[in-house]
Design a protein around this ligand. Structure first.
Ligand SMILES: Nc1nc2c(c(=O)[nH]1)N[C@H]1C(S)=C(S)[C@@H](COP(=O)(O)OP(=O)(O)OC[C@H]3O[C@@H](n4cnc5c(=O)[nH]c(N)nc54)[C@H](O)[C@@H]3O)O[C@H]1N2
Ligand SMILES: Nc1nc2c(c(=O)[nH]1)N[C@H]1C(S)=C(S)[C@@H](COP(=O)(O)OP(=O)(O)OC[C@H]3O[C@@H](n4cnc5c(=O)[nH]c(N)nc54)[C@H](O)[C@@H]3O)O[C@H]1N2
Ligand SMILES: [Mo]
Length: 755
């Protein structure tokens, strides 16, 4: 109660939001008692609010498993509150605390309201300018670069996952419509695991998460679902109520582990050794599924040979830190349960051996015959529901555009001028090495950076180096909603709309629901959506130089949204047109809730490949062999995983989120703290070769003695930024499917002293 009162004390910022505010406060307060922080709409007497409100269909576009279907309530053009859609059995009428905070985001007094120009980057000397002035300045810079360099390769796009609404690919479309440019390709998120699953099965494809209720044994391996996929937890609880065992494997005793039957503390990045130890025991006990390995797999007996020659349980225990008897029990229970499943979290593959570790875990699921089974499977992610038209993305370069001469033209001795032209491409560079790339790329150098749906200062690696890289740029334009650190390092900021101010359509990389996102309220202040900005820039470019930009000058986001649908989508979701989605989200018509149910794999052999020639082609071992971990470069291991009340750099700057969760901490084991003379609540300095950070320490047994833990997030106040301590070392896999390796976010090291 006390918390609610204190939260309510400043309900004056926007008078209409009192109810929303109350809801948020209740949501935050309720966390202590409700599992996984979930609140059901029913608990709030939803019907009370129906009368007099205009309702809209929305979807949370954040980069999150849950991609929630939202129902929004609007009165007099004002978004008053939101709730989870009841039509989706995944969202099930509930949002997370972040989702419930949305009205506070829309009407936050901190929103960027107008285009602004900073006189002297980093000075804080911002001046309001008109859209016309902003676009003119940008367009003139692009023309100048074209003149100087003979191409637009000096313009680079830094975009990732700030908004996964499908039409936001219009930003990439905008770039193509200007000419050939430099693109940061790859992903900081999940590429090592994507490649691993592609080597094994030929695709990344997981079961419907709702079918986990059928599982008899569930391992959550390096994933923190209780925070990062709160809606999945109810299915796990249901399975458990029906007798399933739930095991969590993580170096940190997470909120998810707290809900499990068994928590196993593995040594960071030594999951491969644990999985191989389990596999060896399954082989020793002949607990593998002979039907699967004989009829649907390639190279299983080669793998057995590898295990017999190289893996012992003692070695596995020593290497992974998990005792032999625990490995044995885990292996036997997993192999005997039918069906058994493993949820492979993204956290565990952000390592220099992350892809290899995912392959070893996939192998466990396959050898026990759990692939292609409802309630079974190696669950990582999928893109089955993403078959849109990407109409906004697919744009033509203007006539005569000059680009990067791709390898294809260089290879061909028959290339004439025509084929050379055809071989022009964008210049693709690694998104996980933005700082390095900006500092070292030449001919032409990267002069101009367009940042959208991305907060590099909060989310990219080696911040001190990134600062140097930004200082080298001639112009930085950032499109965002709040004055974050990236905006501070920009010359021009363009205000963008929130999800409630545009049309788009959303699907998930986890569940199988499709949601419409309607424009529920007008664009606030002078905000524009990414698509509108692309259309406006096109108009300006063509005014200054006719034919210099091909992007259609359509500013109605509904028109763009409509263009995304096709017969395939209609059929898959059982709808006649997108208008059917106004009645609520729709789930894909799945032949089976299991992926690979026909056991026909998309690998070169059509079989599950324990032995993958393709993996070898990309420089990895053919078999899922053990790969050693990165060598320590400092005293403690440093982990910087995802936080509960923010989604990366989003949400935690909002008023009541700040009040509930005002400051960051570094979590340290009491025994380790004692040796360093650190007490609970002390200010400490954490440092390594990248940089340093001062913050408060919290002592907890939840982390191992050799681990320092801090959650990545952006706090509006203070200088907290984990990227002062995280370098840009690559993970082993990612190049095959995403064009660049992932990043070893969790293979970091640091020391700590009392400040
Ligand atoms: N140390 C460390 N670093 C990490 C990670 C980690 O675990 N530890 N995790 C990594 C992972 S998994 C990921 S996915 C990345 C995420 O990295 P990002 O994709 O950069 O993450 P966000 O903070 O979600 O979003 C970036 C920005 O998009 C803005 N935005 C929101 N909506 C819109 C819109 O409609 N248009 C535009 N133009 N902007 C919008 C937001 O306000 C925000 O500033 O971070 C990675 N970085
Ligand atoms: N609330 C909230 N939800 C989110 C996000 C968020 O920022 N906040 N981000 C979204 C995004 S973009 C993503 S990618 C997902 C991420 O979802 P998850 O993969 O669940 O999240 P992470 O926090 O990156 O990492 C999960 C766990 O991996 C553990 N881990 C790290 N190294 C190892 C290892 O070597 N072995 C093992 N076994 N475990 C290890 C960490 O301790 C952590 O508990 O969540 C999405 N949902
Ligand atoms: Mo991510």
């Amino acid at each position: 109660m006390k918390r609610e009162q204190s939260l309510l004390k400043d309900g004056t910022l926007c008078p209409f939001s009192r109810r929303t505010f109350l809801k948020g406060a209740i949501a935050a307060g309720a966390l202590a008692t409700l599992p996984a922080g979930i609140l059901r709409a029913e608990a709030w007497e939803r019907t009370k609010y129906e009368g007099g409100y205009q309702t809209f269909r929305n979807a949370c576009p954040r980069n999150c498993y849950d991609t929630c279907s939202i129902k929004s309530y609007v009165k007099d053009g004002v978004l008053e509150f939101v709730e989870g859609a009841t039509e989706s059995t995944f969202t099930d009428g509930a949002l997370c605390v972040k989702g419930f905070s949305y009205p506070r985001r829309v009407y936050s007094p901190d929103r960027i309201k107008y285009p602004m120009k900073q006189i002297g980057r980093g000075t804080g000397n911002w001046k309001r300018i008109s859209w016309d002035e902003a676009l003119t300045e940008i367009a003139e810079k692009l023309q100048e670069m074209k003149k100087k360099d003979g191409s637009l390769l000096g313009m680079a796009l830094d975009k990732y996952s700030g908004n996964f609404g499908i039409t936001h690919y219009g930003v990439e479309g905008m770039m193509s419509s200007l000419g050939y440019t430099t693109r940061f390709g790859g992903t900081p998120c999940w590429p090592a695991g994507i490649d691993a699953q592609n080597f094994d099965t030929g695709n990344m494809w997981c079961n419907d998460p709702e079918d986990i209720v059928k599982a008899k044994y569930i391992i959550l391996w390096g994933g923190n679902a209780a925070w990062n996929s709160v809606h999945s937890m109810k299915f796990i609880y249901e399975a458990r109520e029906k007798g399933a065992k739930v095991v969590v494997i993580d170096p940190v005793m997470t909120a998810t582990a707290a809900k499990a039957d068994m928590y196993i503390r593995v040594k960071t990045s030594q999951d491969g050794a644990l999985a191989l130890g389990m596999a060896r025991h399954i082989v020793d006990k002949k607990l593998y599924d002979t039907n699967f390995v004989d009829n649907h797999a390639l190279g299983f007996y080669e793998y057995v040979q590898y295990l017999l020659a190289n893996v012992t349980l003692d070695w596995a225990a020593e290497t992974s830190g998990v005792p032999v008897d625990v490995i044995k029990q885990l292996a036997e229970d997993f192999a005997k349960a039918d069906p058994a499943t493993i949820w492979i979290g993204y956290g565990m593959q952000r390592h220099t051996n992350g892809g290899a570790n995912v392959r070893a875990i996939d192998a466990l699921v396959a050898m026990t015959g759990n692939v292609g089974k409802e309630g079974g499977g190696a669950r990582y992610g999928h893109l089955q529901t993403w078959g849109f038209n990407y109409n906004a993305l697919i744009q033509k370069q203007p006539e005569g555009s000059v680009g990067f001469l791709g390898a294809s033209s260089v290879k061909s001795e028959f290339a004439n001028d025509e084929t050379k032209k055809a071989a022009y491409t964008d210049r693709s560079v690694n998104i996980n090495k933005i700082a390095e790339v900006i500092l070292t790329t030449n001919e032409p150098p990267i002069r101009f950076l367009w940042v959208a749906c991305k907060n590099p200062f909060a989310q990219d690696f080696d911040r001190p180096k990134l600062k140097k890289a930004f200082d080298k740029l001639e112009m930085v334009v950032t499109v965002d909603q709040f004055f974050n650190e990236t905006v501070e390092n920009s010359d021009i900021v363009l205000p963008c709309t929130t999800l409630f101010e545009e049309y788009t359509v959303n699907v998930s990389y986890w569940h199988y629901w499709l949601s419409l996102n309607e424009k529920a309220i007008p664009e606030q202040y002078e905000a524009k959506s990414d698509l509108q900005i692309a259309a406006m820039l096109s108009k300006k470019m063509n005014e200054l130089e006719p034919g210099s930009c091909t992007f259609p000058q359509i500013t109605d986001t509904k028109v763009w949204m409509e263009k995304e649908f096709n017969d395939g989508i209609h059929k898959f979701f059982g709808i006649n047109s997108w208008e059917d989605l106004k009645k609520g989200p729709r789930k894909a018509k799945l032949a089976s809730s299991a992926s690979w149910s026909d056991k026909k794999f998309s690998t070169p052999s059509g079989l599950y490949e324990f032995s993958s020639e393709l993996a070898a082609e990309y420089g990895h071992t053919k078999l899922p062999e053990y790969k050693g971990r990165r060598k320590a470069y400092d005293k403690f291991r440093l982990l910087t995983p995802h936080t509960q009340f923010g989604l990366h750099s989003q949400f935690m700057n909002l008023d009541y989120m700040e009040e509930f969760n005002p400051q960051p901490f570094v979590y340290i084991n009491p025994a380790a703290a004692d040796k360093k003379g650190i007490k609970d609540g002390d200010m400490v300095k954490v440092s390594n070769k990248v940089g340093n950070l001062e913050l408060r320490a919290k002592l907890t047994e939840n982390v191992a003695e050799d681990v320092l833990l801090m959650y990545e997030a952006w706090f509006k106040k203070g200088n907290f930024n984990v990227q002062n301590l995280v370098d840009d070392e690559s993970s082993d896999m990612g190049t095959f499917k995403t064009g660049a390796p992932g990043v070893a976010i969790h293979d970091q090291f640091a020391d700590i002293v009392k400040a």
